[in-house]
Design a protein around this ligand. Structure first.
Ligand SMILES: NC(=O)c1ccc[n+]([C@@H]2O[C@H](COP(=O)([O-])OP(=O)(O)OC[C@H]3O[C@@H](n4cnc5c(N)ncnc54)[C@H](O)[C@@H]3O)[C@@H](O)[C@H]2O)c1
Length: 272
């Protein structure tokens, strides 16, 4: 059953076409973003991991997404075929959402120094950071002369040492640097490149991290707002950056975490 977010309706994305990656189920951040974009009139293609059709198809149907393509970002032939399919359907695109990350479970727990392997490190960086560069190259080639907008998803584990996040934190640091370099390259073409950095949210990806529940609970109790990060808040920020509202913003990492990243320690801990 699709989760029915009540996203604000309007015309901010009317006439715009784009690609959304990373929808796995109704909890996916990409699904929240796609729901908001659809409510504002966007036409989309979904690129999903092979084998996810059964879950993704009903979600796509519920918001009128007709182009669904399986893609494994580690496979060049699969990437070529997926982008060709979207090109045949849409011609040009105005926006691209990269919501893809992966690290082996064994690397997402305990000691970063002891548990990080050469193979696991390379795999995490390939899927979670290089795939963004590859997507940015392919997506920007399909954007019109008037420009476009590319968005990815990161997490504060890139900036600070978060328990168990380990290799993924390093991958996210690479991803955030890639956002700045891509923004520099694509800026003259009118293509903006940004990242959202949400607080912990209950998704499949979080379930893969040892102590994921703790990340959720701490995200709430240690944030300025003492609140969870909401899908609506993340989707709203995505709408800003993907629509013309975000016209002069590029190369940014925008935190959408109820103020988790700004905190030192809490008021009630100030007395020591
Ligand atoms: N959930 C959180 O707490 C949180 C917080 C901040 C940032 N993020 C980021 O948001 C993004 C989306 O994650 P999510 O939390 O919605 O979880 P999710 O599991 O729903 O989404 C991750 C997606 O990556 C896709 N994927 C993995 N390997 C792939 C491959 N080889 N080829 C193609 N697709 C592949 C999966 O199919 C899935 O759709 C990720 O970059 C994640 O790191 C998540």
């Amino acid at each position: 059953m699709a989760e029915d977010y009540q996203m604000p309706k309007g015309d901010l994305m009317r006439g715009k076409r784009g690609i959304v990656t990373g929808v796995a189920n109704h909890q996916s951040i990409a699904w929240g973003i796609a729901s908001q974009l659809a409510a504002q009139g966007a036409e989309m293609a979904f690129l999903h991991l092979p084998g996810m059709e059964r879950r993704v198809q009903p979600l796509a149907d519920s918001i009128g997404v007709k182009v669904l393509v399986a893609v494994d970002v580690t496979d060049d032939a699969s990437m070529d075929a997926a982008f060709e399919t979207v090109k045949a359907a849409f011609g040009e695109i105005d926006f691209f959402v990269h919501a893809i990350a992966f690290a082996n479970k064994d690397e997402l727990k305990g000691s970063f120094v002891e548990n990080t392997t050469r193979e696991g490190f390379a795999r995490a960086l390939d899927i979670s950071a290089f795939s963004f560069v590859d997507c940015a190259r392919r997506a920007s080639a399909m954007m019109p002369e008037t420009g476009g907008s590319i968005l990815t998803l990161t997490y504060m584990g890139s900036e600070r040492a978060i328990p168990n996040y380990n290799t993924m934190g390093v991958a996210k640091a690479a991803l955030e640097a890639a956002v700045r370099y891509a923004a520099r390259d694509l800026g003259p073409k009118g293509i903006r490149v940004n990242a959202l950095s949400p607080g912990a949210m209950k998704t499949l990806s979080l379930a893969g991290i040892s102590g994921g529940r703790g990340m959720l609970a701490k995200g709430r109790s240690l944030s300025a707002m003492q609140a969870d990060t909401s899908m609506e808040g993340v989707a709203g920020a995505a709408l800003w950056l993907l629509s013309d509202l975000g016209l002069s913003t590029t190369g940014e990492i925008v935190h959408v975490d109820a103020g988790f990243h700004i905190m030192g320690f809490r008021e009630d801990e100030a007395e020591g």
